[in-house]
Design a protein around this ligand. Structure first.
Ligand code: NAD
Ligand code: DAU
Length: 338
């Protein structure tokens, strides 16, 4: 492995992964291939833009000719595929782009990679493909695939394409399924950065439904270290769950954010629920721990403090986002909920 193409490297997890890989390895060349949708932000990568190991190419994974020329020109032997539409609420108001990017885009990328011939293709997926849990139990790699939102259905389809290409063509694909991430550079449409930035602006904090839905949170750097381990040591054709056994009810996360920021709970506003809202996610990560020796490094109490501190120190980063197109998005998503 020498030359790695990272798709979606200007997004939240992708940009954290680019930083992670460049700081850990001095012998890899990294090409970041990203369409720069609303979620892609080159400011996330400003500190490494002149690093000779790193190159950015603006491009759409649905454009096969462009993908092939980038793979060829950079002698790519490894792909880590993050590029996707990633927000459940947006998939409810507009599913089409989710099918286009997440399903068609993945298929185009797989075909391009097959045509060129690569060593490894790591497909970054999500625990949401397993659907929703009751109050007990965990998702294992053997759990049924039962996606409930257009977003998770599109991710499940892309996972299955990767596995089918492995089965049919001997394609060197691997799939990871991680729980909810939090940390620096997360777009403030997702729960934790939305609550931090709204609280800092003394705006109301919209909690869906009864606030008792449960998510299993992992600090983004721990996701990156898990991907690194799967990329180097994972078995081709396998699926690996990633999670840190860290379940929280949404309302408790929101209260914790307010406490850390010294803001009153009166900012909380219970709003109309997300249609089809999955009740609980919880990952069983025994396989990656036992087989590949991965363990998360961050306790939630530490990770959430680091995250809040990052948003406090990087006000310009999120103020630029929340002052533009985001305003229209926010009004469309939230005005009818209140
Ligand atoms: P994100 O929305 O922050 O970033 C997505 C990136 O993909 C952006 O930079 C965007 O410009 C790029 N992109 C979108 N369409 C593209 C296209 N057609 N061609 C090229 N680039 C395109 O997403 P994220 O939260 O960083 O998630 C990254 C991946 O990890 C996704 O595949 C997501 O399903 C998966 N995942 C996310 C989480 C989470 O908690 N955020 C958890 C598990 C898995
Ligand atoms: O589980 C992994 C998934 O986690 C990833 O695959 C997705 O890309 C990522 O967006 C995330 O999906 P969720 O739907 O769980 O994340 P979100 O931050 O949108 O919501 C987390 C919980 O908070 C969920 O139960 C809905 C709730 N919520 C969310 C928002 C944006 C609210 O109560 N209010 C809100 O305003």
């Amino acid at each position: 492995m020498k030359n790695i193409l990272i798709t979606g490297g200007a997004g939240f997890i992708g940009s954290n992964f680019v930083h992670f890989m460049l700081s850990k390895y001095s012998n890899y060349a990294i090409v970041n291939f990203d369409a720069l949708t609303y979620a892609g932000n080159l400011e996330n990568l400003a500190s490494i833009e002149n690093n000779p190991q790193y190159r950015f190419v603006k491009g759409d994974i649905c454009n096969k000719d462009h993908v092939i020329s980038v793979l060829r020109d950079n002698s790519i032997d490894t792909i880590v595929h993050f590029a996707a539409e990633s927000h459940v609420d947006r998939s409810i108001s507009g599913p089409a782009v989710f099918v286009q990017t997440n399903v068609v885009g993945t298929q185009v990328l797989l075909d391009a990679a097959r045509e060129i011939g690569i060593e490894r293709f790591l497909h970054v997926s999500t625990d949401e493909v397993y659907g929703s849990l009751g109050t007990t139990g965990f998702f294992t790699e053997e759990s049924s695939i039962r996606p409930n939102s257009p977003y998770s259905a599109s991710k499940a389809s892309s996972d299955m394409l990767v596995m089918a290409y492995h089965h049919t063509f001997g394609f060197p694909g691997l799939v990871t399924r991680c729980s909810n991430n939090y940390g620096p550079y997360q777009f403030p449409e997702k729960l934790i950065p939305l609550m931090i930035t709204n609280a800092l602006n003394d705006r109301s904090l919209p909690v869906y439904g009864d606030g008792l839905n449960v998510r299993d949170w992992l600090y983004v750097e721990d996701h990156c270290s898990a991907l690194d381990v799967v990329l180097h040591k994972g078995t081709i054709g396998d699926v690996y769950n990633i999670g840190g056994h860290n379940e929280w009810k949404n309302i408790d996360i929101v209260k914790l954010v307010l406490k850390e920021l010294g803001k009153p709970e009166s900012l909380i506003s219970f709003v109309k629920d997300r249609p089809g809202h999955d009740r609980r996610y919880a990952i069983d990560a025994v396989k990656i721990k036992n087989e590949l020796g991965w363990v998360p490094a961050y306790q939630f109490e530490v990770g959430i403090k680091k995250t809040i501190e990052w948003y406090l120190q990087n006000k310009l980063w999120w103020e630029r986002i929340t002052s533009g197109e985001y305003k229209k998005y926010y009004a469309a998503q939230y005005s009818e909920r209140e």
